[in-house]
Design a protein around this ligand. Structure first.
Ligand code: LLP
Length: 420
């Protein structure tokens, strides 16, 4: 459920008509609803309320805007970060370092040092090599890094191949059949405090069954590690819960997910950790765009050319992802059209032959479910700059990220003397 609804024929974000945001800030612009974020956090927490010990770390990569992170911090969530940049954002909004989980398959020494110096709560180690390096960096500083070992359970998450992470051929984690041995060796190192295991098999999961299979394997691994004499006090179950991108689609609910987790983990005796991203942020944002013009073609559907493009919202071009597209002021009339951006490649297509609200030049529309992996994946391709982000709260709104103009980007570039 979200708070983007038609009121008196105009699409609103909470109590604010999107026309007002377009007038004040221009388009394209990402618009987030605070109430939707808050609702999603609460629903997720409620779904896990039967579990004894829980730590929820919001996946910063899904929406790293500082206002969003601040909201998460106020809701009591920690952060799952995958780079020094994401960690700095979480710290900048006042998230306690102990609530931060540092994930990522390619942590660099300087990022591990920054994490150690900040005192992050847990490093999720993705290889034995990384663990050895982290131990050295920690020991040199007289520290011990609390760590979980990320395992690759070789489970097919049945999602898009580019966002599947738990198959043996994916780069993530250590093979589950070698994990107990690696864990035991890492537990001997002076700079590590091996306290747990972690798994994340992919994103936008439409079924609970692959998660259940992965968690069951993780439970067996915990028993094996304990049998070898090591300690396991934490298990990080990652993120991955999918959300509907098409009106009417039904996905497993957080409550069903929570019930499954409770059943599978009932004898684990650990603190369970979660890294939800999309389930919190996905439906909390839309991309507001204006139609530049409608280009008729002789015997095919017309092209609705909007001012947003693949550089602003990469998901359709990158994963063939569907985003519902709705007029801000629908007339009730419909059309079939291709929805495209202004960028000079055919990949800059949001939808082909889409049955949609009838739109003409100058009309406003939204791509829905753009709160996760939207602004955060933007680029400046075609020298288009980065678009603004707005957060709505009831009847007020604020610009939470300024539009970054192409000239600002150009100002960081130099022509060397020898080309003058
Ligand atoms: N934890 C780890 C270790 C992850 O790699 C991810 C996402 C998450 C948590 C959060 O997953 P979520 O709950 O959001 O599914 N750009 C893609 C999604 C990439 C997800 C990468 N990892 C997209 O637009 O669909």
């Amino acid at each position: 459920m979200d708070h983007f609804e038609l009121r008196s024929g105009v699409l609103h974000a909470e109590d604010v008509p999107l026309t007002a945001i377009a007038d004040a800030v221009g388009t394209p612009v990402y618009v987030y609803s605070r109430a939707t974020f808050t609702r999603h956090v609460r629903v997720f927490k409620e779904a896990l309320s039967a579990l004894p010990k829980v730590h929820i770390a919001f996946a910063v990569k899904s929406n790293p805007n500082l206002a969003v992170l601040r909201l998460m911090q106020r809701e009591g969530l920690g952060a799952d970060v995958v780079s020094g940049g994401e960690m700095a954002r979480a710290l900048a909004v006042g998230m306690p370092a102990k609530d931060i989980v540092f994930s990522g398959v390619g942590k660099q020494a300087r990022e591990m040092i920054a994490g150690l110096e900040a005192g992050v709560g847990q490093f999720n180690i993705e290889s034995e090599e990384e663990g050895i390096e982290l131990s050295e960096l920690a020991a040199e500083r007289g520290l011990r890094a609390a760590c979980a070992l990320r395992v690759n359970p070789d489970v097919d998450a049945r999602t898009h191949a580019k966002i599947s992470t738990g198959k043996a051929e994916n780069k993530f984690g250590v093979p589950i059949d070698r994990a107990a041995g690696i864990y035991a060796r890492l537990a001997e190192l002076p700079g590590l405090d091996m306290r747990g295991v972690a798994v994340h098999i992919g994103s936008q999961l439409a079924e609970l069954e692959p998660l259940e299979t992965a968690f069951t394997k993780l439970g067996e691994l915990i028993a094996e590690i304990r049998a070898s004499g090591c300690t396991v006090t934490h298990a990080d179950l990652g993120g991955g819960l999918g959300v509907p991108y098409k009106a009417g689609e039904v996905f497993p609910s957080p409550a069903e997910y929570g019930a499954m987790v409770a059943r599978v983990t009932k004898d684990w005796d650990v603190t369970l950790m979660f890294e939800p991203g999309r389930v919190i942020s996905g439906n909390a944002g839309v991309l507001l765009t204006r139609v530049i013009r409608v280009k008729r073609s002789s015997n095919r559907a017309p092209f609705v050319i909007v001012d947003a493009a693949m550089n602003d919202l990469a998901r359709p071009a990158m994963y063939g992802a569907w985003h519902d597209f709705d007029a801000v002021c629908p007339t009730g009339e419909r059309m079939t059209a291709h929805i495209v951006g202004p960028i000079c490649e055919t990949g800059d297509t949001f939808a082909m032959d889409r049955d949609m609200d009838a739109l003409g030049a100058g009309d406003l529309a939204v791509f829905r479910t753009a709160g996760a992996y939207g602004a955060t994946m933007a680029s400046s391709y075609n020298s288009r700059g980065f678009i603004a982000e707005v957060m709505v709260d009831g009847d007020k709104f604020a610009v939470v990220a300024d539009r970054i103009l192409p000239e600002t980007i150009t100002s960081a570039e130099r022509v060397p003397d020898w080309l003058e």
